[in-house]
Design a binder for this molecule. Structure first.
Ligand SMILES: Cc1ncc(C[n+]2csc(CCOP(=O)(O)OP(=O)(O)O)c2C)c(N)n1
Ligand SMILES: [Mg+2]
Length: 343
């Protein structure tokens, strides 16, 4: 893996573009709730705010490494190369979706692009990813598994059992604890509701004698650096690490607006307004990971204003196409409902 100082211009621009693609994809889903009410059914959890954390981590992958996140999962396959048309169609519940419309937002899967699947049962994806790391070790595939989960999920029993097993067997896995400050509506801090004991949460690594670091999850290059070290360690057969990546969840916990009255504006601040934390939200927005990276790239001459405009337009056009594709796709036939049910 290259040092962050040595990353070539095209790699930096690739990272920036992936961050924009994730943001725009999520923005299009928000707009869907307003522009095409009733089209998205069931819960949808958005990952805006996590762009630097996701891209910084996945930029350290080798070709066959797997990414295994939790249910807030749209950003990862976008970076891995999954078709955003198929993703959008899946979230719209359509036949041309990634999982023929049966999985929806929480259960995207694309094994061909190193994205085996996700789980709506929080914490369980940690166990699944640990199992995948055991497979990689037993079969000697050379793969590293990138496991992502939230601050809330880090309290689950599966977290402790999995990290214990991975540490004992030195499994090739990197645990990325995404501390976005919230578990549904409950804040992580000690002063507030205190849902998760321990600060920083990365100190949980000490219990397993594995490296544990906390990183600014709004800084894509810092995430790249720390996750990169952990991935190299895993690949060298030295076992797992725990990286706590700290950023902010810009959207409400989840969205499921399927019945009238339809809002005229997406309730972006829903969670924040529930708590009356507009200042907290504004402070987090000032540290927006995309804004920070863009400023850095413009300042260092890696990106020009003209090139930025071109990238933004390309990304917008891609997601516009994804929405059109999804809307044009039919629903699966009712008789297909039991097709993939085995028990
Ligand atoms: C086992 C289980 N318990 C409770 C829930 C309900 N639930 C859904 S998301 C969530 C909080 C997850 O918080 P976190 O792990 O921080 O992830 P984030 O939503 O912030 O990405 C809970 C409790 C669930 N899905 N599964
Ligand atoms: Mg959280």
């Amino acid at each position: 893996m290259q040092k962050k100082e040595d990353l070539a211009k095209d790699r930096l621009l690739w990272m920036y573009t992936q961050m924009l693609r994730i943001r725009e994809f999520e923005e299009r889903i928000k707009r869907t709730f307003v522009e095409h009410p009733g089209v998205i059914r069931g819960h949808t959890h958005l990952g805006d705010g996590a762009e630097a954390s996701i891209v910084g981590a996945l930029a350290t992958r080798s070709e066959n490494d797997l990414a295994m996140p939790s249910y807030r999962c749209h950003g990862y396959p976008i970076v891995l190369g999954t078709s955003t048309k198929k993703m959008m169609a899946e979230i719209y519940g359509r036949k041309d979706g990634l999982c023929q419309g049966f999985g929806g937002s929480m259960h995207l899967a694309d094994p061909a692009h190193h994205f085996p699947g996700t789980s709506g049962i929080i914490g369980q994806a940690i166990a699944h990813a640990t199992g995948a790391a055991l497979t990689a070790q037993v079969k000697n595939t050379g793969q590293v598994i990138y496991c992502f989960f939230g601050d809330g999920s880090s309290k689950q029993g599966a977290f402790y059992e999995s990290l214990n097993m991975a540490a004992v067997w030195k499994l090739p896995i990197v645990y990325v604890l995404e501390n976005n400050e919230y578990q549904v509506y409950t804040h992580v801090s000690l002063e507030d509701a205190n849902h998760a004991a321990g600060d920083p949460l990365s100190q949980k690594a000490k219990a397993f004698s594995i490296p544990g670091v906390t990183v600014d999850g709004n800084d894509v290059l810092k995430v790249y650096e720390e996750v990169g070290k952990a991935a190299e360690r895993a690949r060298a057969g030295r076992g797992p690490s725990l990286i706590e990546s700290k950023f902010y969840r810009f959207s409400a916990h989840g969205n499921a607006i399927t019945v009238p009255p339809v809002p005229t504006q997406f309730p972006e601040h829903e969670a924040i307004e529930t708590y009356g934390k507009k200042d907290e939200y504004a402070a987090a927005k000032a540290k927006d990971p995309i804004l920070q990276f863009r400023t850095k790239l413009l300042g260092s001459g890696v990106l020009s204003e003209a090139e930025n405009k071109r990238i933004e337009e390309t990304v917008r056009a891609e997601m516009e196409e994804a929405v059109k594709f999804a809307l044009a796709s039919p629903f699966p036939a009712p008789e297909e409902a039991v097709k993939y049910v085995y028990a």
